[in-house]
Design a protein around this ligand. Structure first.
Ligand SMILES: NC(=O)c1ccc[n+]([C@@H]2O[C@H](COP(=O)([O-])OP(=O)(O)OC[C@H]3O[C@@H](n4cnc5c(N)ncnc54)[C@H](OP(=O)(O)O)[C@@H]3O)[C@@H](O)[C@H]2O)c1
Length: 231
């Protein structure tokens, strides 16, 4: 049985990933929420965890952790000239330092596995430049750097990979998909003429935490309907 921690499993991609892994007998899933209080289910053991807190409460975790999936993120779109340095810092605190703190807190448990997998999240807006995305691009660019550095430092016993989605139908993207017109326009921007669903991304999470990806580390996987590479 593999113990998997999904930080941010109350909504969106984290929830879809927890539900997918929870039904597979080889995984024991620990999911967390911070604001969206969530009861444990037959397949998912839910606990409170706020990654912005100074001290992380992770005493619910077992001694050995075989996978960590870090989902908290933000998409705050604003003209660069109007963003205060404090806003850049708050975004970085959640997206980069949140991940750093969690990985450091559970590192001894991941090491105890002997064959662990860490999954982080970037965005298409790192590979491809978009107006008003400077905050999220900067924070997620740091996540991509962290992915590669940790993949090197933690090999061969801990693999570290990162998924870079384009717009995906979750609460985080709700404002960008709030009308049928916005949904249609977003579909048409993608070569595959669809936006992502949380389950599209959860399928990649399931692959990355499983032994099927045992020879993969330090990768940024572009799940974006072809948008970042096809003209
Ligand atoms: N959706 C997209 O279009 C898209 C595109 C590119 C990249 N991504 C990236 O994919 C990842 C998952 O996104 P998503 O769309 O599934 O996001 P989401 O719908 O907002 O879900 C985020 C999860 O993180 C948790 N969370 C938020 N703040 C937290 C905190 N301070 N401490 C602990 N947990 C916290 C939330 O729990 P609570 O509600 O309980 O706080 C929730 O379970 C993110 O890193 C995002 O940047 C998403």
């Amino acid at each position: 049985m593999k113990n998997v921690l999904i930080v941010g499993a109350s909504k969106g991609i984290g929830k879809a990933s927890a539900e997918l892994l929870g039904t597979q007998p080889e995984f024991k899933v620990f999911g967390t929420y911070s604001k969206t209080s969530t009861d444990s289910t037959e397949h998912i053991d839910y606990h409170f965890l706020d990654v912005m807190a100074e001290t992380l409460q992770i005493d619910f975790l077992p001694e050995q952790l075989d996978a960590l999936v870090f989902c908290p993120g933000a998409i705050t779109l604003k003209p660069f000239a109007r963003i205060k340095p404090e806003e850049f810092m708050a975004d970085y605190q959640l997206q980069l330092l949140g991940a750093v703190k969690v990985i450091q807190a559970v590192l001894p448990k991941l090491k105890a596995s002997g064959s662990a997998s860490v999954v982080l999240f970037s965005t298409i807006a790192v590979q491809t430049g978009f107006s008003f995305h400077s905050m999220v691009s900067a924070s997620k660019g740091a996540i991509e750097g962290l992915t590669k550095a940790l993949a090197a430092e933690l090999a061969p016993n801990i693999r570290v990979n990162c998924i870079a989605p384009s717009i995906t139908n979750t609460p985080l993207a709700a404002q960008l998909l709030s009308t049928p017109e916005k949904i249609e326009a977003n579909k048409l921007r993608h070569p595959l003429k669809k936006i992502g669903e949380a389950t599209d991304i959860a399928n990649m999470v399931a692959f990355l935490v499983s032994e099927q990806s045992a020879w993969m580390t330090g990768q940024v996987l572009h799940l974006d309907g072809g948008m970042s590479t096809i003209k």
